[in-house]
Design a protein around this ligand. Structure first.
Ligand code: ADP
Ligand code: MG
Length: 360
């Protein structure tokens, strides 16, 4: 297995010819270590540079600045055959006129080790619980999207790997298939511990598959940590809003005599070194707003049941603001009814409105 190190890695792309705008900075000075055997998810919105970073980790494109190292060796000094990279893309890149089995066995065949393929396939089949064998005699056009991705993953795992790289492999699958494929892949990653980077824009997928998540925005990694660290201790507004389902409640406000005061409510103590009038956004996650018998009165705007997650999401108009909170599915809550709520001050987070930085 391999430890991957990124040292101040950057990548720019020129804009379309004729444009006088500056280059696109797809990856902006990223420094990161992925320990041997670790599964790191790169999570961020579309266009934030995930694929570009992954392609530099794979050695498919070279950084403009900085270095990618495998076990402290610059990647461009590691011969291709020794890199041991398995890659799976959004579109399983199976060769159209090859039967799936030939694609899967290709790498071992190259090394005259084709005898080992059936055993690997058997093991992958039994770990995932899918009948991979039945897929291997088919051509890619005879496979569904999910089946193609399973073959692509089996192909990546069919040889000894040092590094496994995924670029949104399940993004094109429908939700049910995606959830199943996720569980199968988790089992495979447990059975074949390999240093892995998994690119996704889906936080559920990142949580399910990785040990550690790096949240990306505009070419930078904003924060790395476990899902719970990111959810409970985000370093800025971007991470706070990107991570966590349902989304955090945010309220604009400002500092007044060492308290936070919103447009419609406030008076919460905040650290003492901030000048009066500084704009501060308060955030509180829906799970820290509770229904109670003696709280503030609010009127219910919307109720959305989430049966699988076992809660209903409630939008309530309260104290001049719109809040979301969650309640058990058994609570009979009707649109237009009046409920009483209170927020748990321990769940409050404060952010500098201008920079987005967490300040309390
Ligand atoms: P993500 O995978 O997070 O969606 P990408 O790494 O694909 O993001 O892209 C990051 C940015 O770089 C985007 O603005 C994208 O348009 C741009 N980009 C990516 N690849 C190229 C390329 N080959 N040429 C020009 N611009 C590119
Ligand atoms: Mg991408």
């Amino acid at each position: 297995m391999t430890t991957i190190t990124l040292n101040h890695v950057s990548k720019r792309f020129p804009r379309a010819t004729g444009s006088d705008l500056a280059d696109i900075v797809a990856v902006d000075d990223i420094t990161l270590k992925i320990q041997s055997g670790q599964v790191l998810a790169l999570l961020g919105p579309s266009g934030c540079g995930k694929s570009t970073l992954l392609r530099m980790i794979a050695g498919i494109i070279a950084p403009d600045e900085g270095q990618v190292l495998y076990d402290n060796r610059p990647l461009d000094e590691v011969p291709l055959m020794d890199r041991g990279i398995g890659m799976v893309f959004q579109e399983g890149a199976l060769i159209p006129h090859w039967e799936a089995g030939r694609s899967v066995g290709f790498f071992l065949e190259l090394r005259h080790r084709e005898d080992e393929v059936p055993e690997r396939i058997q093991r992958i089949s039994s770990i995932t619980g899918i009948g991979l064998d039945s897929l291997l005699g088919r051509f890619p056009r005879q496979l569904s999207g999910g089946e193609k991705q399973r073959v692509a993953i089996a192909r990546a795992l069919s040889r000894d790997l040092a590094v496994l790289l995924f670029d949104e492999p399940f993004a094109n699958l429908d939700a049910k298939y995606r959830a199943e494929a996720r569980v199968e892949l988790r089992r495979l990653l447990n059975a074949y511990p390999v240093t892995t980077v998994y690119v996704t824009h889906d936080q559920n997928e990142a949580v399910a598959l990785s040990d550690r998540i790096g949240v990306m925005r505009e070419g930078k990694i904003e924060q790395t940590g476990s899902y719970l660290q990111l959810r409970d201790n985000p370093v800025n507004l971007f991470v706070a809003t990107f991570i966590g389902v349902p989304t955090i409640n945010l309220f604009p406000g400002k500092i007044e005599d060492q308290t936070w005061v919103g447009e419609n409510f406030g008076g919460y103590p905040i650290r003492g070194d901030l000048d009066n009038g500084v704009k501060v956004t308060a955030g509180i996650r829906p799970e820290h707003v509770h229904l109670t018998a003696n709280g503030t009165y609010g009127v219910v705007d919307t109720v959305v049941p989430y049966y699988a997650e076992r809660y209903q999401l409630i939008e309530v108009h309260l104290a001049g603001e719109s809040w979301t909170l969650t309640a058990g599915l058994d609570d009979p809550i009707e649109i237009g009814s009046t409920i009483q709520c209170e927020l748990d001050p321990a769940g409050l987070m404060f952010f500098d409105t201008r920079s987005g930085a967490r300040i309390g």
